[in-house]
Ligand binder design. Structure first.
Ligand code: SF4
Ligand code: MG
Length: 327
């Protein structure tokens, strides 16, 4: 089996207080997600902000336990794996290198941090390793003693990548790694990530709200809506013939003049639904341009596709042409 990362029916709920009387309510951030990421693959996860992507990322990193279900790395449950072993296998690259890099540390200290935290190597060994990592991510060694404020946004993201890779992980969780960068720099960083993947044999779990970014590098794509996966396909299949109306809406938003400015315009109405208000039937039906009567009452079945699946009443007949949105 070439599966390196697996989720089995993973759910994460939060108890929160809301309203003027601080009533307790349960927020289901991730609802029954199962997936398998293959070794060497770029597995992309796409959805609007609030869909549960970041909660999923925290669970993959072992920073947040699932409420139920299991996460396995190389066949071993993360819950049963000690912190160093998890850190050696999975490392994150986050969205905003401005906030994830401590401004009072030098570049050298920042890259060495995971080694220090986990007590790996002597000080001299760590310094050698850090200098090598600068070469790997294409930063000049003269920046070793610089502070993050002296670096450009792209250079800071290279530091964040060096810090993730210094542990020699097998899997890298990339959570919106280029969203905070200028468009021209985004392409450089994405190309660097692809080169490093090839060179170091990495597997990427790549989280983004931007399908244009995902189209550049994903092997497979999962689309998440209100805590659930609604479609999982190969990149080619998803972009050629999306089966879920939500995926189609996201794809249309890629075609708007500037998809990188904030939340994509999905033509689905401005308001993302309140995740605390349960919706009967298909959770997407209040926004779905193709909704049928049955969608208001019955949860959609999983419709298998030749290259994946989608959960939609309309996607059930794989051979029928994808229905067009009504608007
Ligand atoms: Fe739209 Fe119905 Fe499909 Fe849900 S099941 S996405 S409401 S067509
Ligand atoms: Mg997020």
């Amino acid at each position: 089996d070439d599966t390196i990362l697996e989720l089995r029916d993973v759910t994460r709920t939060f108890r929160i207080s809301q309203g003027m009387f601080r009533q307790k309510a349960t927020l289901t951030a991730v609802a029954g997600v199962s997936l398998k990421v293959k070794r060497g693959e770029v597995y992309a996860l796409v959805g609007e902000s609030g869909s549960g992507k970041s909660t999923l990322a925290k669970m993959l990193l072992g920073l947040l336990p699932p409420s139920s279900g299991e996460i396995l790395i190389d066949g071993t449950p993360i819950a049963a794996t000690d912190r160093i072993a998890v850190a050696r296998r999975i490392q994150p690259i986050f969205q905003d290198p401005y906030s994830s890099l401590n401004p009072r540390k030098s570049i050298s200290q920042l890259i060495a941090l995971p080694l220090v935290v986990h007590g790996i190597g002597t000080s001299a060994e760590r310094q050698k390793k850090v200098a090598e990592m600068l070469d790997v991510v294409g930063l000049p060694r003269r920046l070793l003693d610089a502070s993050p404020s002296q670096l450009s946004g792209g250079q800071r993201q290279r530091v964040a990548i060096a810090r993730a890779l210094v542990m020699k992980p097998e899997v890298v969780i990339c959570d919106e790694p280029t969203s905070a960068l200028d468009v021209s720099v985004q392409a450089q960083i994405l190309n660097l990530l692809l080169e490093l993947k090839k060179e170091l044999g990495l597997t990427y779990f790549f989280i983004s709200h931007n399908l244009a970014v995902v189209e550049h590098l994903a092997d497979r794509v999962a689309v998440m809506y209100l805590g659930r996966f609604v479609e999982e396909r190969t990149r080619a299949g998803l972009f050629a013939q999306p089966r879920h109306p939500y995926t189609r809406a996201l794809l249309e938003s890629v075609l708007t003049p500037d998809p990188d400015l904030g939340v994509p315009d999905t033509h689905l109405g401005a308001t993302f639904p309140n995740p605390l208000t349960p919706v009967a039937g298909c959770a997407f039906h209040p926004r779905c341009p193709s909704a049928l009567e049955i969608c208001r009452v019955a949860p959609p079945p999983v419709a298998q596709q030749p290259d994946g699946w989608a959960t939609c009443h309309l996607a059930q007949a794989a051979s029928s042409p994808a229905p067009q949105p009504a608007h």
